[in-house]
Design a protein around this ligand. Structure first.
Ligand SMILES: Nc1ncnc2c1ncn2[C@@H]1O[C@H](COP(=O)(O)OP(=O)(O)OP(=O)(O)O)[C@@H](O)[C@H]1O
Ligand SMILES: [Mg+2]
Length: 221
């Protein structure tokens, strides 16, 4: 049997505050096809990323993750699917400030119901160059180091799909390249498919555009 697409999305429309905020006709993502969701600020990138992670469902249209209809499986089903198959690097990293780097990763495994895996966890920290900082608090790290913790944490449950929301927009060209290289390299090493939501057109030199969003109000009716 052929492997299922990670994502199958058709005719999705979502509204908020009485207006359409997202309109996407089609997106399918086979395993291994890394790429970009490109669009200007306010075009619905974060909304779409949250849908792909099963954090919310569209008002209209169909959306499946690994062949599971995200609307049909309910909240608990979406939570399970996300824990098992999706890693997210949020724009505002959302690290837990009160616990160490390693504990941030341990907690992510625990919350997903995964068994402890100290070796896997330390290997992952070493891969992102943070083995020496495992006991540090996030506040003791540089912003770039914190971002690497967030990447490691997103991969700690070995997701099939790695989502990253605007990982580079605040960075200069050198650091922009470094972050995308890191995401791609770690996705490949983990066997995950990387989808980056961004308005940063610099990334087009490193990843293909899989979907270009426009603000729904500005689209032709
Ligand atoms: N709950 C909500 N109620 C009303 N409007 C909303 C809500 N959530 C999002 N929006 C609006 O929907 C649009 C898309 O928001 P979204 O955050 O997905 O955009 P984005 O492409 O990620 O933007 P950015 O590049 O600035 O992060 C915006 O105009 C936003 O104001
Ligand atoms: Mg956004």
């Amino acid at each position: 049997m052929p492997a299922a697409n990670l994502i199958d999305l058709d005719n999705v429309i979502h509204r908020a505050g009485g207006h359409p905020i997202l309109r996407v006709e089609h997106l399918s993502l086979p395993p291994g096809r890394h790429g970009l969701l490109l669009g200007p600020s306010g075009s619905g990138k974060t909304t779409l990323l949250h849908m792909l992670a099963g954090l919310m469902v569209p008002d209209q249209g169909s959306l499946s993750l690994l062949g599971h209809d995200l609307r049909a499986i309910g909240d608990a089903g979406r939570d399970r699917l996300r824990a098992d198959h999706v890693g997210i690097v949020f724009q505002q990293l959302h690290l837990i400030a009160a616990v160490s780097v390693a504990d941030n990763l341990r907690l992510a495994r625990r919350l997903a119901g995964s068994a402890p895996d100290e070796k896997g966890l330390m290997d992952l920290l070493a891969r992102v160059g943070l083995a020496e900082r495992a006991r540090a608090l996030p506040s003791d790290l540089s912003q770039g180091e914190r971002q690497r913790v967030a990447v490691a944490r997103a991969l700690v449950n070995r997701p099939a799909l790695l989502l990253a929301d605007e990982p580079t927009s605040a960075l200069d060209d050198t650091n922009c390249d470094a972050v995308i290289d890191l995401l791609l390299e770690q996705a490949e090493l983990s066997g995950a498919t990387l989808l980056v939501a961004t308005h940063d057109r610099r990334l087009m030199s490193q990843l293909p555009v899989l979907l270009e969003l426009a603000k729904p109000m500005e689209q032709a009716a």
